[in-house]
Design a protein. Structure first.
Length: 606
């Protein structure tokens, strides 16, 4: 454990913010939460990924007597947060099953002796009778529940072990509890509020918009080939590609390596040591692309991820929003691209149907999936649609999503939609998409002839529409709830809504099927820097940062962020006091690294 911490300001959160973290001021929404915690209030905060929710509980923890207990769901999240805090000189520790017992004991002892201000642990650890009995006797400033949506059965990442956290108010009635999440719709927020606080808590909801993040959806076709093509324009940048299965992560990573990309797969099937090694590579190699399942990235506060691509459809709007939120945390332009096809939607619905959840939960999950599908099929601003799901209403188009930059063309698909539904009924609602399209296009395949479907009224009546266009139409009918998949062979059957439409229930406008290079239309904005910006000095500062990072075995950004090094190259400080005026340089970092970086700025390293 680190030595006794240096004295910290105890009365002014802005002084603590500057002295410890090197920031001149709080971001919007942060200071109100900090002041509420300093006043001893219970807090529930919903803040977008990248908005700085961790600082909201870290700053008051450094100022209040005692130590804060931070509940975190993943070991990787704890390790990242504690390493970052310690790099700023903030006294933090953790207790988890992945460490040696002696390390856990050392951090526990440091907490009981007042040498730690933030102690991270898992919900399972906090729930043990032994831990609860010990915490009753200690000076706990407050409890923090990170990723608090995990307590709600309506959340996208429900974890039963979080349910025990509802007892914290009984464990220590006078100790404040602060719950934080980046993704929670109205139902999830209400559930969190009731389970954690009995309905009585001060709620803070920050704006969900991430204006630096461009949004795009592409029709899914040969996804691995398309992703390899997308990455050609993004060589040298770091990104995450989310896949729906371990097999897809491995296959895609191999394909990307064959194309000359620095790529690696990450999933739960890897040995612990290998996962840790690949995570370390991601944190230290600025061009590494990770193909990953959903667990990757939670709690990894890496600021310079430039894109997130979804090879496969996520499970809900919350999951999608959380995953794309890992890009562009430094505030610079970043991209979110999702490859979407009806097969993904069918797969997700089948997963829900085959799961063991109660029927009420299944209905809730299907509703979320339908909303995400509507987002993918949107004919108007995607950002506004996504924000509206979280209760943030916008009327002006964002100008930064693919729909705004390259509006999709639409068509009156009423006649063809009804024709497809008629084909499903005439064939008995027991055939899949491919066969129905063959019938409509007049295919004389063995299967069509054997079933005598070449004698049907609908046979060959859809010849004028290409097969690709028919597949797109079917996907949109599925997304609108007009058809459903049944049985092992996923045969297509009409829903009540589909029958109403077939029997004359209005017209239908759908997106025209066409291969749109939407992601290439997204403008790659440049980072704004002054005219006298010294790129050569920046390169030398980055080289020094890398030396320190390798020596410590830590990610480079925990030494100084790119934004800090750019500001340093612009300001070119010559003294410790001038160095403290650089963005992201606090007292601790100036003390540890100041002399070496000032030497580079002055040219003394040459």
């Amino acid at each position: 454990m680190s030595a006794q911490p240096a004295p910290l300001p105890q009365d002014d959160p802005l002084e603590t913010l500057k002295a410890t973290f090197g920031f001149e001021g709080f971001r919007p929404g942060q200071q109100e939460i900090v002041e509420a915690l300093l006043a001893g209030e219970d807090v529930m905060a919903v803040m977008p990924t990248g908005a700085g929710k961790s600082l909201c509980f870290q700053v008051p923890a450094l100022m209040r007597p005692g130590f804060a207990v931070v509940v975190s769901p993943l070991i990787a999240l704890m390790q990242n947060q504690v390493a970052l805090l310690q790099s700023f000189g903030a006294p933090a520790g953790m207790i988890h099953s992945g460490r040696e017992r002696s390390e856990n004991v050392a951090d526990w002892k440091a907490a009981t002796e007042g040498r730690i201000k933030l102690l991270y642990m898992s919900p399972e650890r906090l729930a043990t009778p032994r831990m609860q009995a010990a915490l009753k006797k200690l000076d706990v400033s407050y409890f923090v529940i990170d990723e608090a949506h995990c307590i709600s059965q309506w959340g996208h990442d429900f974890r039963p072990e979080y349910l025990a956290l509802g007892q914290l108010k009984e464990l220590r009635p006078g100790t404040p509890v602060a719950a934080f999440t980046a993704t929670a719709d109205e139902d999830t927020r209400a559930d969190m509020k009731e389970r954690l606080f009995g309905g009585q808590v001060r709620v803070f909801i920050s704006g969900f918009d991430r204006p630096n993040l461009s949004l795009a959806i592409e029709e899914k076709s040969k996804p691995d080939d398309r992703i390899a093509e997308l990455l050609e324009d993004r060589r040298g940048s770091q990104g995450i590609i989310y896949c729906g299965s371990r097999k897809n992560t491995e296959n895609l990573a191999e394909k990307l390596r064959d194309k000359g990309h620095n790529a690696v797969a990450y999933h739960a099937g890897l040995p612990d040591e290998e996962r840790a090694a690949r995570l370390d590579r991601f944190l230290s190699e600025p061009d590494l692309v990770v193909t990953a399942t959903i667990a990757f990235g939670m709690g990894i506060d890496k600021p310079d991820i430039r894109y997130v691509i979804h090879r496969d459809m996520p499970s809900s709007p919350e999951a999608y929003y959380q995953e794309i939120g890992r890009a562009g945390r430094d505030g610079k332009p970043a991209e979110a691209i999702l490859l979407y096809g009806p097969s993904d939607l069918m797969f997700r619905r089948r997963m829900i149907d085959d799961g063991g959840a109660p029927e009420e939960v299944k209905r809730h999950e299907k509703r979320k999936l339908d909303i995400l599908s509507a987002y993918c099929e949107a004919l108007t601003c995607r950002r506004n649609l996504l924000l509206s799901y979280f209760g943030e209403v916008r009327t002006e188009p964002c100008g930064a999503c693919d729909v705004c930059l390259d509006p999709p063309r639409t068509e009156d698909a009423t006649a063809d939609a009804r024709l497809f539904l008629e084909a499903a009924i005439e064939t008995g609602e027991v055939y899949g998409q491919a066969h129905l399209i063959d019938v409509l296009r007049g295919s004389e395949s063995e299967k069509v002839i054997k079933a005598r479907h070449d004698d049907l009224v609908v046979f060959a009546r859809g010849q004028g529409r290409p097969a690709r266009s028919w597949r797109s139409l079917v996907g949109q009918l599925f997304a609108k709830g007009f058809i459903e998949m049944r049985g092992e062979y996923r045969s297509i059957a009409l829903t009540d809504e589909g029958r109403t439409f077939l029997n004359g229930g209005g017209s239908l406008e759908l997106r025209r099927s066409e291969k749109r290079e939407t992601t290439r239309a997204l403008k790659r904005q440049q980072i704004e820097v002054p005219d006298d910006f010294d790129q050569e000095l920046l390169s030398r500062l980055k080289a020094l940062r890398l030396e320190f990072a390798k020596a410590k075995g830590a990610p480079a950004f925990t030494i100084f962020s790119d934004r800090t090094l750019i500001d340093m190259a612009v300001r070119q400080p010559t003294t410790q006091n001038e160095l403290l005026s650089v963005y992201g340089v606090g007292l601790r970092k100036a003390e540890v690294y100041g002399e070496a970086f000032l030497k580079v700025v002055s040219g003394g390293d040459r």
